[in-house]
Design a protein around this ligand. Structure first.
Ligand code: NAP
Length: 259
């Protein structure tokens, strides 16, 4: 399917690896020029170069922490005027409900709520002026059904979801569509790290932890970054302009819901 977005420009935050990289690759495959970001310059440049070679699009890299005001300013300088924004950042650490202090919540809110909001506030006016724009926020299945050990994620991402619900309806009249993608378990460094934590806590091998988690997913496997990226590219496409303020689970059926 021609996504109809060739020649447009996208900012994909936190995209040297994992789900962000999957989104960057799928947008590049649709002919979109990219601004990519991550903290680690080496992996970022390697991923950007692989995308340039494979898809022939222009890729600008900005190595910085996207959750800080300085990092956001750097990224925004490179991303001025983009028509497509994909927000993303690392997820908060796991723990127990009684462990987290105010500072832990502030960090999670900064990374997973206030950073995407800052990017939307900065870039939506340009999209509105052009009469066309797409925003996809990478959130989590924890927005629909809480994950006990990820209380910081449950809290911060639900806040972002509320902001998007209201904002998406205010910018839709100008041709701008904002939606959220809610990943379930995907085969990325983040999932491997969480498996490692569970294996240490429960004295199981990482393989046994993974097999147990796979068995709990109706699709009986972890998702891939390519599948996730394809869903993102569709939401950024010309065909998705009537999809507004939605929260799309990409979780292999893991979240047991009727709707
Ligand atoms: P990942 O494989 O660990 O990749 C994270 C990417 O983000 C890397 O490119 C990393 O590069 C970059 N990054 C992290 N923190 C950053 C920061 N502060 N500023 C700029 N770049 C940053 O993670 P993932 O699995 O793709 O997860 C992406 C998001 O989806 C996370 O918020 C995660 O919690 C959420 N999620 C993931 C899953 C899953 O199963 N994978 C499920 C639900 C939700 P650097 O480290 O070099 O900065």
């Amino acid at each position: 399917m021609d996504l109809g977005i060739g020649g447009k420009r996208a900012l994909v935050c936190a995209s040297s690896k994992g789900l962000g990289l999957g989104c960057a690759e799928a947008l590049a495959a649709a002919g979109v020029d990219l601004v990519m970001n991550a903290r680690g310059a080496e992996a970022l440049e390697a991923s950007a170069e692989a995308i340039r070679k494979e898809y022939g699009v222009t890729v600008t890299t900005v190595a910085c922490d996207v959750t800080t005001p300085e990092g956001q300013a750097e990224v925004l300088k490179a991303a001025e005027g983009v028509e497509i924004l994909v927000t993303n950042a690392g997820g908060p650490p796991p723990g127990k409900w009684s462990d987290w202090e105010r500072e832990d919540f502030i960090k999670a809110l900064d990374a997973n709520m206030l950073t995407p909001i800052a990017f939307m506030k900065a870039l939506l006016p340009g999209m509105i002026d052009k009469g066309w724009g797409r925003v996809v926020n990478i959130t989590s299945q924890s927005v629909r059904a809480p994950i006990g050990v990820l209380g910081l994620s449950n809290s911060a991402r639900t806040g972002l979801t509320g902001y998007v619900a209201g904002t998406s309806r205010q910018v839709a009249p100008f041709g701008v569509a904002i939606n959220n993608l809610l990943p379930g378990i995907h085969d990325t460094d983040r999932a491997v790290a969480l498996d490692g934590g569970a294996s240490r806590a429960e004295n199981m091998t990482p393989e046994a932890v993974r097999a147990r988690r796979e068995a709990s997913i109706p699709a009986r496997r972890y998702g891939t970054r390519q599948e996730f990226g394809a869903a993102c590219a569709f939401l950024c496409s010309q065909h998705a302009g009537f999809i507004i303020g939605q929260n799309l689970l990409v979780d292999g059926g893991a979240t047991n819901l009727t709707m």
